[in-house]
Design a protein around this ligand. Structure first.
Ligand SMILES: [Zn+2]
Length: 112
């Protein structure tokens, strides 16, 4: 990957960033087909990262780190963070089931 990484302030920006239409200013069912006019025409487009490059992955990790730290601070009781990797069979078994029940089941099996 030969893309140059560049910075905006202290935050790295996705080198594959693209602009998409800002949904706020697009006619839809919510605004009954009459989209509001933006104050500035530049607001019609918003920049989004690709979600696949190293910069986007790093941002995702940082975002999860903040969420988990907040959860730890908020929930003073014992907190467990579990990452599960499922094979196709187990994944298919989960589809359509109540995830809260499934998590409770695994929690019991792991004695946590
Ligand atoms: Zn990216």
């Amino acid at each position: 990957m030969g893309a140059l990484l560049f910075k905006i302030g202290k935050v790295m920006a996705c080198p594959y960033r693209k602009e998409i239409k800002n949904k706020r200013y697009v006619p839809n069912n919510e605004n009954k087909g009459v989209a509001p006019e933006p104050i500035d025409e530049r607001q019609r487009l918003v920049g989004v990262g690709c979600g696949k490059c190293a910069v986007c992955k790093r941002k995702e990790v940082a975002s999860w780190r903040v969420r988990l730290q907040m959860e730890l601070e908020y929930n003073k009781r014992k907190v467990h963070f579990v990452t599960m990797t499922l094979n196709d069979e187990a994944y298919m078994e989960l589809i359509g089931r109540d995830l809260v029940r499934v998590c409770r089941k695994y929690k019991r099996q792991l004695s946590i």
